[in-house]
Design a protein around this ligand. Structure first.
Ligand code: URP
Ligand code: ZN
Ligand code: ZN
Length: 469
């Protein structure tokens, strides 16, 4: 089947021009200013922007929460992600209890992700440090996984990885072209500060931010970067939230170290006041780690994106409904960390970033699609509109005016962090490998349409992010 997207303005990470995109089957086969091609399906994109489908490289579907024994919402909720303009996620594949890295990944592909609506690559993720995982690391590229996540935070939970393990993972990963991703927060200091809060009876969710100050993130970021420098291997810092951590990345980049970093929609568009709401149930929704910050840190993150210190904006999506959050309402240390957001990442970033003049349209495409595809070794199959790339395309209507409403795009949990926020522009059509799966901002695809995508080794270090100016 052939499809022609006509009359739209094509925006890529590199440029912007009028362009008609012809698709044959799953691939883009031509791009012309005015195509005369005949096609089975014609999509008129007049007055709209045609961009590569989003790549969200930080999601947690069907994954154990950091407290309790409940899982986040599963892949059957990824229809909302596609409606939000994202066509590929790179989801974390935590070790299942008693299983190794490889078995957990295979189980995810064969069982957990069978309903996925979105294409997905995977990051390996250590949650049970046993000797065998160091031998498994070398096998990861063979099964299409070229990144591994370590949590420096969450002491006391199986997610935590100590410095010795992190260093060993960095050394092993280097040998096999695997990029190490770290959640950089000093878990020991957080634990101490949490205990102090509990002793004082300071149990409201606002103390989540008090017990996770920015310096614990800055310190761990500097430590992780230093260990990667000693191991002489690339490192990627997930969910950066403060100037201190961004400065550490910037300094490392300036001295030539291969360091990459991301921030999340929530750290760019929300602030600490959401945790300070009197209503504990409301405040609990905003417990994610690192914690939401003051406005001066929010501004610093936008600057870090513009100066290319940070390379991507991700959702860190965790489908944790109030049924799970409620277990910790009497003590913030027992509230599961994480918040939903994969469905809102692109629309929120368009309104808050592009329409408010904080980032250019090219930067927008870079940070929500092209850079994540490069970093994760799936570019140019994903993250670009070009001949030979997968026909993963989102069409955004810049004239749309409305507000975020959970009812418009149910995300699998019973709230939306951005409820009521203004939207100026919205994704209205999405194609996944040539097939229209979202029309008029409604999902019309099939559950199970998503496919596993193989990643290549040392994504960014191999492809180089420097060619994007
Ligand atoms: O609070 C968060 N971000 N939870 C999800 C796990 C993680 O730390 O990435
Ligand atoms: Zn994290
Ligand atoms: Zn995360």
């Amino acid at each position: 089947m052939t499809t022609l997207i006509k009359n739209g303005i094509l925006i890529t990470a590199y440029n912007e021009h009028k362009g008609d995109v012809l698709i044959d089957g799953e691939k883009i086969v031509s791009i012309e200013a005015e195509s005369k091609a005949l096609a089975d399906v014609i999509i008129d994109a007049s007055g709209k922007y045609v961009m590569p489908g989003g790549v969200d490289p930080h999601t947690h579907f069907s994954a154990l929460c950091n407290v309790g024994n409940q899982d986040t919402a599963g892949y059957e909720t990824t229809d909302a992600v596609v409606v939000g303009g994202t066509t590929t996620i790179v989801d974390y594949a935590p070790q299942d209890i008693g299983k190794g890295l490889l078995d957990s990944i295979k189980y995810r592909i064969n069982v957990r992700a069978k309903d996925s609506c979105v294409d997905y690559a995977l990051h390996a993720m250590i949650t049970d440090v046993m000797d065998s995982i160091f031998d498994e690391i070398q096998e990861l590229p063979r099964i299409g996984v070229t990144s591994i996540k370590c949590f420096m935070a969450y002491n006391g939970s199986p997610l935590h990885v100590d410095d010795g393990t992190l260093y060993k993972v960095l050394q092993k990963s280097k040998e096999y072209g695997i990029t190490v991703f770290v959640h950089a927060e000093n878990g020991e200091i957080i634990h101490t500060l949490q205990q102090d809060c509990v002793k004082m009876g300071d149990l409201h969710p606002r103390y989540h931010a008090v017990s996770r100050p920015a310096f614990v993130e800055t310190e761990a970021t500097r430590r992780a970067i230093y260990l990667a420098q000693i191991a002489d291997t690339p490192i990627y810092i997930v969910h950066v939230t403060c100037k201190g951590a961004a400065d550490a990345i910037k300094e490392a980049k300036c001295r030539g170290q291969k360091v990459m970093g991301e921030t999340c929609t929530q750290y760019l568009t929300l602030d600490r006041s959401y945790l300070e709401q009197k209503d504990i149930r409301e405040a609990a929704k905003y417990i994610c780690s690192p914690a939401l910050r003051d406005l001066k840190e929010v501004d610093a993150l936008w600057d870090a994106l513009n100066e290319r210190t940070l390379n991507a904006v991700v959702s860190d999506h965790c489908g944790i409904g109030m049924n799970i959050k409620q277990y910790g309402l009497d003590n913030f240390t027992n509230i599961a960390n994480g918040a939903p957001g994969a469905a809102d990442r692109i629309n929120m970033l368009w309104t808050e970033g592009v329409t408010k003049g904080r980032i250019s349209k090219q930067t927008f495409v870079q940070i929500i699609s092209t850079n994540p595809a490069k970093i994760n070794g799936i570019y140019p199959q994903k993250g670009h509109i070009d001949i030979g790339s997968d026909a993963d395309i989102m069409i955004l209507d810049p004239s749309y005016k409305g507000t975020v409403r959970l009812a418009d795009n149910p995300n699998g949990v019973d709230y939306n962090l951005y409820e009521g926020k203004e939207l100026n522009g919205r994704v209205d059509t999405v194609l996944l490998r040539g097939k229209v799966v979202v029309e008029k901002a409604k999902f019309i695809g099939e559950f199970g349409q998503g496919r596993f995508v193989h990643s290549n080794s040392f994504g960014a270090a191999y492809h180089g992010l420097d060619d994007i100016k």
